[in-house]
Design a protein around this ligand. Structure first.
Ligand SMILES: [Zn+2]
Length: 314
C-alpha cells in the first residue's frame, strides 16, 4: 500500500511503435499506467501532444503529486540535455524532450537511453536484482545495452556508455547500420538478420524464404531445417556470445540480463551457440562464472527503469 511518506515519480518509456507512461512509487509499486501507439507523423507536436495529455491524466488522478520525471527513449540523443533524435521516430529530430516536459509539468526531469533504462529497471525489479556489476542487453530491431558497475549506471563522455551492439565480433563481417562491419548489431539484430538474408539471396544462396522475410520468418524457417536460416541464427548467437565475453573481460561483470524481441522469440536458436561461444571465449578466471539470464519484466522494464532514473533526482 502507498504510504503518505512514499515518493512517487512519473516514468515515461518512448519507443518507435509505442509510448508508455506510469506512476511508480519509490517502493516499486506501479500505481497507474497508460500505453498508446506512437503517432505516425513528421510533426513533432503531433507526437508530443498525446504523451503530454496521458501524463497529465495520470498526474490528475494520482493520490500523491509526483516529484520527478524519468524518461527512457530510443537514441541517439544529447545527454544530459535530453535533446532526442530517435532512429525510429522520424518526426523527432533534435526534439528538446526534456525541456518540453519541464515546461509542461515543472518537475525535475531526466531523459536517458532506453537500453540504459532497461538495465536499471531489471536490476531494480527484475532479473538483475542484487547485482552490482551487470550488463542489461536488448536484442531486438537493434542491439542496445546499459552497464551497471560498482552499483552505478555508467554514462561516459556523451551518455552513450553501454553500446554493446557495436562491439566488433566478426572482422570484415556483415555491414552494420552504424557504418562499420561485423558489429553484434549488424549480425544479430532483427534488422541485421533481415539485411544478411537479403544479401545472401542476392548472391543466389538457396533458401525457402521469400525476399522480404522478417527475423520471425527466419526463425521459423530455421526450426524446419532451412540451412541458410540456421546459419544466420547460429552466427547471430555466436556474435552475441563473443560480444558478451569481450564486455565481461573489459568490465568484470557478474551477470548479463538479455531482453528484446529477438531474444524472446528465438532463444531456442540463439541461446545454444551463444552459450557455446561464451564458454569458448570467456577463459579468464573472473569471466568463467558469468551468469546469462533472461530479462523478467517484459515491456514494463522501460517504465521501471525510467522510474529509477527519476528517483535518482530526488
Ligand atoms: Zn555497428
Amino acid at each position: 500500500m502507498l504510504s503518505a511518506l512514499d515518493s512517487v515519480v512519473l516514468a515515461i518509456d518512448i519507443g518507435g511503435t509505442k509510448m508508455a507512461c506510469g506512476l511508480i512509487s519509490q517502493t516499486g509499486e506501479l500505481l497507474a499506467a497508460e500505453r498508446f501507439a506512437t503517432a505516425e507523423s513528421l510533426d513533432p507536436e503531433v507526437l508530443f501532444a498525446p504523451l503530454q495529455a496521458a501524463c497529465q491524466r495520470l498526474i490528475d488522478q494520482s493520490p500523491l503529486a509526483p516529484k520527478a520525471i524519468g524518461v527512457g527513449c530510443g537514441g541517439p540523443m544529447r545527454y544530459p540535455e535530453g535533446i532526442v533524435s530517435p532512429l525510429n521516430i522520424h518526426g523527432w529530430r533534435d526534439f528538446p524532450l526534456r525541456d518540453r516536459l519541464i515546461e509542461s509539468f515543472n518537475l525535475p526531469t531526466i531523459v536517458d537511453n532506453d537500453a540504459k533504462a532497461l538495465a536499471v529497471g531489471e536490476r531494480w525489479r527484475g532479473a538483475g536484482h542484487g547485482s552490482n556489476n551487470m550488463l542489461g542487453m536488448v536484442v531486438s530491431t537493434g542491439v542496445g545495452g546499459g552497464v551497471i558497475l560498482d552499483g552505478k549506471l555508467l554514462h561516459g563522455e556523451s551518455g552513450n556508455a553501454g553500446h554493446v551492439g557495436h562491439i566488433v565480433v566478426w572482422p570484415n563481417g556483415p555491414p552494420c547500420g552504424c557504418g562499420a562491419r561485423g558489429c553484434v548489431e549488424g549480425t544479430a539484430s532483427g534488422s541485421g538478420l533481415a539485411r544478411r538474408l537479403a544479401m545472401a539471396q542476392a548472391e543466389g544462396q538457396p533458401t525457402s524464404l521469400p525476399r522480404d522475410a522478417t527475423a520471425a520468418d527466419i526463425a521459423a524457417a530455421a526450426r524446419v531445417g532451412d540451412g541458410l536460416a540456421r546459419f544466420l541464427f547460429r552466427t547471430a548467437g555466436e556474435a552475441v556470445g563473443r560480444g558478451i565475453a569481450s564486455a565481461a573481460a573489459l568490465l568484470d561483470l557478474e551477470r548479463v540480463v538479455i531482453g528484446g524481441s529477438i531474444a524472446l522469440l528465438a532463444w531456442d536458436l540463439l541461446g545454444p551457440p551463444l552459450e557455446a561461444e561464451l564458454h569458448a571465449s570467456a577463459q579468464l578466471d573472473f569471466t568463467r562464472n558469468l551468469k546469462v539470464v533472461h530479462a523478467e519484466l517484459g515491456d514494463r522494464a522501460g517504465l521501471f527503469g525510467a522510474a529509477q532514473l527519476g528517483l535518482s533526482l530526488l
